[in-house]
Each structure stands twice: as C-alpha cells, then as structure tokens.
Ligand binder design. Structure first.
Ligand code: ACO
Length: 341
C-alpha cells in the first residue's frame, strides 16, 4: 500500500521482526579461482577466511536477488505484501542508473504502490537503510517497512585482479521493521552513522559515473572495484570498534549487554581483531563469510539469517550490527530481535 501519514503522534518503536535471504545457486570455489588468477586456496583462506561464494547467473540482476529475499521474508513472517508501506533497497549495484531497484522489487513482491527508493552507502548501506526506516516508523510516517541489502558485485569485479576478485560476491537479505507502541528497550535502540570522504579512491569504481563517464576506450578494470586493501583494512578494524563503542556509550550499555554482534562480513581477521579489542566472545560474533564472501550491503542480513538458522538468535536477543565500507562510510545499529510470533 502507499505511504500516507500525519506526524506528531505518540512515538512508536521500530521492532525487528523477521529476516529473509536469497543467494544465487552458482557457487564459485577458491579452487576455481586458482585456475583464473595467480592465487591459492591457502592464501585466500588464511588472509580472508573465505572458502567459496555465490555468483549470479547471467540472467539474474540485483532486483531478482532482492525480490527473492523479500519473498522469503514475507513467507517466513506470514506478511501480506500489501500491508508493507515502505521499501528501502540498499545497493551499490542497481539494475539501472535509474529507475531505482526498490519500485521494481516492490512490484515483483506484490507490494502495490509501496513507498520505495534506493539508498547507497556501499557496505554500510544496510545500516543506513535501517536508520532511515526506523526514523520513518518512529515519526509515525511508516508502519511496516522492509529494508533490503542486495548486490550483484560480480558484474563490477575485475576477474584479472587477484587482490579483489577473491573477496566480493553476490546475494541479498531483507528484514522487516514494524511500528510497535512497546516499552523503551525494545526495537531499534540506537544508531551511529558516519563518513569520511577524504580518500574516495581507497575503495572505488573509477569510471561509469558523471566524473568519468564510460566510453568505448575505457579499460574494463576502470569500471570495476579497485581497492587499497591495506588502508581499507586499517580503517575497518578501527571504525568497527569506534562506532560500536560510541553507540554503546550513547545507549548507556556495555559490550556485555550485547548477545550477538552481526558485523559486515569483509574479512575474518577484521572480525577477530574487533572481537578481541572489544572484549566480546568469538561465539557471539556471527561469521559466515567462509561461504558467502563479501556481499557488501547484503552481508549483514545474510549473517543475521545464518545466526537464526544455526540457533544463535534467541527471541529478545540484543544485536549489535555494524557496517563499514567505501566512501568511507560506516554505521552501527543496536536492536532487539523480536520475531513475530
Ligand atoms: N592471492 C595471492 N596473493 C595475493 C592475493 C591473492 N588473491 N591478493 C594479494 N596478494 C599478494 C599481494 O600482491 C602482496 O604481494 P607482495 O607482498 O609481493 O606485494 C601480498 O599478497 C600481500 O598483500 P596485502 O595487500 O598486504 O595482503 P593483506 O594481508 O593486507 O590482505 C586483503 C589483503 C585480504 C585484501 C586485506 O588487505 C583486506 O582484507 N583488506 C580489507 C578489505 C576489505 O575489507 N574490503 C572491503 C571493506 S568495505 C566493502 O566491503 C566494500
């Protein structure tokens, strides 16, 4: 349904009530990558923790992945698609320059007339999407929101660049946020968002935008992900800890109040470093990048669903979600997991 509201009513909470996912069926293993570039399973596993990843079929694009994740979410939560009034798709790999993905995903999922738009903060996009939907719900503008993280990064990978092609992959995840007049301490409890645009080329796709439009002479590598891995690694390890701590302090909580940390799945070593620095037990840090690689804005909902499937996600659990990525951008969200019974 379309979004129509007056503001200034009593403030509801934004409750996190479900998660759905989709990954393409094609699995690309490290052994296959050994045939494509000068790398080894041993290097990839020891430096990143990744064993395999999913890659979209030629006829699959981001809205197909996103719509499949939304359908999984609607089925699991028993939600009538026409009751969703806000749909936010976080992606950096849209089907087109425009239209945005979200209206297409809404139609594919049966959400006629839903308020729908895309947001792009690369690997932090899902956190920005959650923050936006929370704001809309808390201000009384939206009642039931779906936030999707979906990427077809395989289309912007330089398959000759061993430094990046072993990392990135495709997938989609979606969550439901619903208005609830619940007590303090339920729903989304806080967000921390930030950015630093002083070194965009540390992680970017140089060509294809308005600064450097793609021409017939543009080398393919210029239209693909390029990364200063060491700088991004330094930034990621620092910001994961800083953003989490800022948010916990603001919320009057400590890391001991967190039941599960669901952070962006970029590199096992980044997550190990963060868990050590923050003093959170490794069993409380969700890791599934071994099977999915780095799926950018999709990685946090994919990890959340994995935690659910592995029985790590108890009703009422306090989740600390943290995203970080190109921009540079970052975002953390503290939220209680309150699935609809
Ligand atoms: N196979 C074999 N060797 C490789 C490969 C590969 N796939 N890739 C790089 N190497 C080589 C390099 O050429 C270098 O060789 P040299 O010493 O002869 O020059 C050597 O391995 C070490 O390279 P480093 O870049 O120093 O390796 P490092 O230990 O830093 O690991 C990595 C590289 C995994 C990319 C790491 O820097 C990293 O994880 N960075 C953060 C990446 C990240 O998280 N990006 C995304 C975050 S945001 C987002 O998701 C969009």
């Amino acid at each position: 349904m379309s979004l129509v509201a007056t503001t200034g009513r009593a403030r509801p909470r934004a409750r996190l009530t479900g998660v759905g996912t989709y990954v393409p069926t094609r699995v690309l293993t490290n052994a296959e990558l050994e045939e494509m570039v000068d790398t080894s399973d041993e290097w990839i596993v020891s430096r990143t923790g990744i064993h395999e990843r999913h890659i979209a079929a030629d006829d699959e694009a981001t809205t197909d992945l996103a719509a499949a994740a939304v359908r999984d979410l609607l089925e699991r939560t028993g939600t009538d698609p026409s009751s969703v009034d806000l749909l936010v798709v976080a992606t950096t790999t849209p089907d087109y320059v425009f239209p945005p993905c979200a209206p297409l995903v809404g139609t594919k999922s049966g959400m006629d007339y839903v308020a729908a738009y895309d947001t792009n903060a690369v690997c932090s996009g899902f956190m920005y999407g959650i923050a936006q939907a929370t704001g809309m719900i808390e201000s009384g503008i939206a009642r039931r929101a779906v936030v999707v993280g979906a990427e077809t990064l395989s289309r912007i990978i330089d398959w000759d660049d061993r430094a990046t092609c072993v990392l990135f992959a495709d997938g989609a995840g979606a969550v439901m946020l619903e208005a609830d007049e619940g007590e303090q301490g339920s729903g989304v409890m806080g967000v921390e968002l930030g950015s630093d645009g002083s070194s965009p080329s540390d992680l970017w796709v140089p060509a294809g935008g308005t600064r450097t439009p793609r021409t017939d002479d543009t080398p393919r590598a210029e239209s693909c992900i390029q990364m200063n891995g060491r700088e991004v690694f330094r930034f990621a390890t620092r910001i994961l800890v800083e953003s989490s701590n800022r948010l916990l302090t603001e919320a009057g909580m400590t890391i001991d109040d967190v039941d599960l940390m669901v952070a962006h799945q970029a590199n096992e070593r980044i997550l190990d470093h963060a868990s050590e620095r923050m003093g959170i037990a490794r069993e409380k840090v969700v890791m599934n990048l071994d099977r999915y690689g780095n799926t950018s804005s999709a990685s946090i909902p994919l990890a959340l669903a994995d935690a659910r499937d592995r029985g790590m996600l108890e009703d009422g659990a306090v989740l600390l979600m943290v995203g970080f990525g190109a921009g540079l951008t970052w975002g953390s969200v503290l939220v209680r997991w309150e699935p609809r019974s």
